[in-house]
Design a protein around this ligand. Structure first.
Ligand code: ADP
Length: 391
């Protein structure tokens, strides 16, 4: 069972492993609201949705367990041999996925300081499954773990070292599961061992990040101490001159919390387009000639391109550029804009393949392949879970 729990949601996918066969997937939303929890699922290509009673993650999980039995999706609860949970922050402590017992729960709790919006709800999901399925191993898969291979020169910030030593201020990076997954699939498509490739993976969704991968390991990545850093995103600003923050606080009297809201929830595509954080809305507005929408898209794609260029320089060349997530998988326009002018790196888009979102969208002559690889974080969670519990 692969679980991704958010503050008011819990997504699940149940797989038969190692066959990677999906049995059922679904989503609980509006957890915490007085009107009940919205539950939707898809089974045999049929989608259903209704509201259930309850207000907590625990109630959602209890309902799910009963539902699996009632629908005869499992014959007995013993058939669920492991539950894998996406956990946002593993700090420097978790360098890989891990079984969650008392000590690990405590560590995830302590790391909440670094991810106050995510780690507590991830832990709530783990606790809910521990209660509902006693004895079933719970595994944590960390967004940060894949990036624990970043060299020191990549993860330190050029500020006094005491803030790293005392407060653990450094780059951690996120979306690790996705970058790792699409890199491996990309290597399979290119029919080369991952360890022999230099790859740049572009996870472009509502949250967006880029990773430079060398010898199968994350070497550099655009998100930082928190997931606000790097690229411009749906509502997040990405990299910014730090003085912008202190200047606004001084000029407008904003508190740290208010600045956080502005930079996390009101910036990015939404802030510049003044319309929407949803890429489809912004592109529709740009097509209608809305100037702010056009500018915001130019900013977004330019930042992606700059990052690809910088990463190619640091990696000393690149064998493959991989696009994934909501925007990366679906928008041929974005892929074309981000790769425009990259022929000097040996990367040239083939317009037809790109428009059809084929696996390989670069021309035959390109020495750097450009790929579209759908991410599947839930499958990666299931694979990691199986690997951990079979140890
Ligand atoms: P997250 O998981 O970070 O919420 P997703 O990976 O689901 O994000 O991506 C969401 C983004 O993908 C939204 O901005 C949405 O507009 C965009 N998107 C989804 N489908 C398409 C499409 N067909 N064309 C362009 N953009 C799309």
């Amino acid at each position: 069972m692969a679980i991704n729990s958010g503050s008011s949601s819990l997504k699940f996918q149940l797989f038969v492993m190692p066959e990677e066969e999906l049995i059922v997937k679904g989503l609980f939303e509006r957890i915490g609201s007085k009107e009940g929890i919205a539950f939707s699922y898809s089974l045999n290509n049929e989608k259903k949705a209704f509201t259930i009673e309850g207000t907590t993650h625990q109630e959602a999980v209890s309902f799910l367990i009963d539902f699996l039995m009632k629908e005869q999706l499992v014959a007995s609860l013993e058939e669920i041999t492991g539950v894998g949970h996406r956990v946002a922050h593993g700090g420097e402590y978790f360098k890989a996925s891990s079984l969650v017992e008392e000590k690990e729960s405590q560590m995830i709790h302590e790391l909440s300081k670094l991810a106050p919006l995510h780690n507590p709800v991830n832990l709530a999901g783990i606790e809910a499954f521990k209660a509902a399925l006693p004895g079933c191993p719970q595994v944590a898969i960390f967004d940060t773990a894949f990036h624990q291979t970043l060299p020191t020169s990549q993860y330190l910030y050029p500020i006094p070292m005491k803030y790293y030593r005392e407060d653990k201020i450094r780059k951690y990076g996120f979306h690790g599961t996705s970058h790792q997954f699409v890199a491996q699939v990309g290597a399979n498509i290119l029919d080369k061992p991952l360890e022999e490739l230099k790859l740049i993976t572009c996870h472009l969704g509502n949250g967006a990040s880029i990773c430079g991968i060398k010898e199968g390991k994350s070497h550099m990545t655009s998100m930082g101490f928190t997931p606000i850093a790097g690229l411009m995103m749906g509502t997040r600003c990405g990299d910014l001159d730090p003085s912008v923050v202190t200047y606004l606080q001084e000029e407008k009297g904003y508190t740290a919390e208010e600045m956080n809201t502005i930079l996390n929830n009101e910036s990015g595509l939404l802030g510049v387009s003044e319309l929407s954080n949803d890429f489809r809305d912004v592109i529709a507005a740009a097509d209608m000639g809305e100037e702010q929408a056009i500018i915001s898209l130019d900013m977004f794609t330019s930042k992606v391109k700059q990052t690809i260029g910088a990463y190619a320089a640091e990696l000393g060349g690149v064998d493959g550029i991989i696009f994934t997530a909501g925007i990366g998988e679906n928008s041929s326009w974005v892929r074309e804009k981000c790769c425009e002018g990259l022929s000097f790196l040996g990367a040239t888009i083939d317009v037809d393949s790109n428009n059809q979102s084929k696996e390989i969208i670069s021309t035959k002559e390109s020495t750097t392949a450009i790929l579209v690889v759908p991410t599947n974080e839930e499958l990666m969670i299931a694979k990691e879970t199986m690997a951990i519990i079979s140890k």
